[in-house]
Design a protein around this ligand. Sequence first.
Ligand code: GLY
Length: 353
Amino acid sequence: MQELIFDNNVASCLDRCIGVMAPQGVFVIADTNTNDLVVNRMRAESQRIAQAPAIVINSGDVNKNLESLSYVWEQLGALGASRHSLVVNVGGGMVTDLGGFAAATFKRGVPFINIPTTLLGAVDAAVGGKTGINFNGLKNEIGAFAPACAVIISTTFFPTLPEAELLSGYAEMLKHGLLAGRKECDELMRYNIADNDQSHLLKLLEESVRIKVDIVEKDPHERGLRKALNLGHTVGHAFEALALSREQPVLHGYAVAWGLVIELILSHLQLGFSSAELQRLASYVLQNYGAFHITCHDYPELLRLMRHDKKNLNPDTVNFTLLRKVGDPVLNSTATDDDIKTALDLYRDLFHI
Ligand code: GLY
């Protein structure tokens, strides 16, 4: 069970956690960005990490690899970390994924605390125990389910993030809202990211993380219910990969936002999901995320990418999490190529492409 702390006084929460855990040595893992922008600032405010060594890896998902992992293991060894030490991961999903995996595997497991510094990290990667690295050209290919002892979630680091990064994280919050119910969705669609209201955002973030945690606690190893969290991701990952192949990468959450629209179109076609709800989400996404440009010439490649999604068990069909209605996910749904092409056509109509 991981302790979740929602508080903008990150340093004092961290000091309190470290005081309770009384570890033999604290080691901070950060990337080059978060070391400069966050860790140095936290050192001034936290007595417990003021002197703690930082292991700094290069930023960016391309560095979530074996080389960075090996460097962290080496440094933990050289600095004398033991199973009774504590690792504190400070960063976005890249740092909490890699740092969590490094900690979970070093000497068969060192406890760790996550301090997410991005909205996407706070609402998704830092919580729920998935850790790992990319390997052999595949994302998150090597990893372990290893929950942090505690996750300290705040909005305090967000003002330095570009608005697009916030919107990227917000898409995962929309996904959680769609899985939870109308009330949660309404609240999310009423909030305007551009307002930059930190205390309102922290409240929405707390509600959103709790939706995820409720699901993860029932199915930590993704044997069933946790697959609900893949809503929007079958199409989202395909869009992300297509954008990368065009050398015009898109942020993960943007791809998820478009993926949510297309998967709700499929939900409408297959399960009678309300067209009014679908229209509402589509206009919200179009207004905030714009459109991802595709033509029918992209369909074969998109279908190929969806079939090869690592969560797809049978390469002849494409697996989705769909919604019967807001708050009512249907796991292990499948769709034929024709259904998917129809959904892509309808997306292009809705987004005037
Ligand atoms: N990112 C979805 C999950 O943690 O299962």
